[in-house]
Design a protein around this ligand. Sequence first.
Ligand code: SF4
Length: 182
Amino acid sequence: MLVDSYKIEEILPCLADPEKIRVIASLSDDASEVMPYINSIIKNAIYIKSANAITIPQGEKLITIHPRKIAITRVDDEKEAKKILDEMLKLINDTYEKRNDIEPNYERREKPKVMDIYKLLPQNNCRKCGELTCLAFAVKITEGKASILRCSKLFQAEFSRKRAQILELLQKAGFEIPSAFR
Ligand code: SF4
């Protein structure tokens, strides 16, 4: 067994869906070792090598396993969160037990599409991000050459829904999300 238990630390409103919650649980032990093995067996997982974290899309939910915590978005309630956390603990420990039979995969998958990012930007070409157009900014984002925080317009209340959608896109693509954006 690699990780003995989890503890729910935070229950927060879900940014992407106001009727759901986000849950963050701490892990009793370090799950780092098992990440590339989970990346190998879960084909739609997004492995973030630099952070040694893995995001598993499950329906509309995103489950991200970090070395010492698990974060889940779009959860109905605490009961559902516990069910998912139990499944993740089993996944971690079962994969760890079988690791000698699994080829580890250190590759990151999937890059966000420029137009998918662009569609969610304010699209007024205000240049506050330092780029001439929102499209140019979207290109920089997908290439990992600009931080989404540079688009100050996106942080205005009227764009909160689109901001949350960009957050999900970037998470799915394995990008590290600035803490101010969470
Ligand atoms: S700051 Fe945002 S809205 Fe303004 S040009 Fe850049 S991406 Fe577009």
